[in-house]
Design a protein around this ligand. Sequence first.
Ligand SMILES: Nc1nc(=O)c2c([nH]1)NC[C@@H]1CN(c3ccc(C(=O)N[C@@H](CCC(=O)O)C(=O)O)cc3)C=[N+]21
Length: 286
Amino acid sequence: MDGKIIDGKEISRQIKEEVKQEVEQLKAEGCTPGLAVILVGNDPASASYVGSKERTVQALGMHSEVIRMDEATSEAKLLGEIRRLNDDPAIHGILVQLPLPDQIDEQRIISEIAPEKDVDGFHPVNAGKLMAGLPGFVPCTPLGIMVMLERSGVVLEGKHAVVVGRSNIVGKPMSMLLLQKNATVTVCHSRTADLPSITKQADILVAAVGREGMIGGEHVKEGAVVIDVGINRGTDGKLHGDVDFDAVLPIASKITPVPGGVGPMTIAMLMANTLESARNACRQNG
Ligand SMILES: Nc1nc(=O)c2c([nH]1)NC[C@@H]1CN(c3ccc(C(=O)N[C@@H](CCC(=O)O)C(=O)O)cc3)C=[N+]21
């Protein structure tokens, strides 16, 4: 209803429809894109995300393999599973659901995934390619945000983009992608002094801090575009963003909701990356 609210669910639906068409075309050439998702342990939130990824992969006509491993699984066993998938020609994308249990070194695991199957874009080779401006897989959440901005007609060139959060998964790749589009980028984090004075300069504000309602009206400039990456499960059992939506809505020119904003875009881009990986693999060998 309100044209201010960027509908991530609708944009993700469009992307998935486009991917579905292209999957059909690729299948007609004898190549079925395949995604393997590894879930270690029984965290209910992780299990629910993995379930939703699996359903989406199947709905788009791709091959899905979900590997569920025990909470006590050793690092060696998980590495073995990744090596098997690296060598499996039916699998074009490998996603190891994070976080992993404490006995497993996440960086060690991510580094074992073949970079050309790393549809999460977390492998150091893909991170390096992004920084160097070379083609490679880009992490799904920041990539999805770029697509949302583009499809909502947001111009980035010459604008001040402020990213709050410096993770390898969102903040750092987000800042690289915004730079590529000629935004002036500032990265803030938990030790930033006087955060509101900086976020208030933002034409585009990306909140990826992981603290419910952290970004309030006092953080936002009139007319800013506000992207909320937060997915915090509140005590009410509902999902809440990092942005105090009701406080920021009247100030922003555009804003993404939670749920129905960045989250669905993340899954859509995972599908797009898996399609791209299959295309690369099949057209190279076929
Ligand atoms: N290797 C790896 N890759 C990931 O991409 C990855 C991960 N590990 N670990 C966990 C996070 C989280 N994540 C989400 C994706 C979609 C929604 C999503 O679609 N959310 C819906 C609501 C879902 C609900 O209601 O629970 C929404 O925001 O509208 C949320 C969260 C991917 N992650």
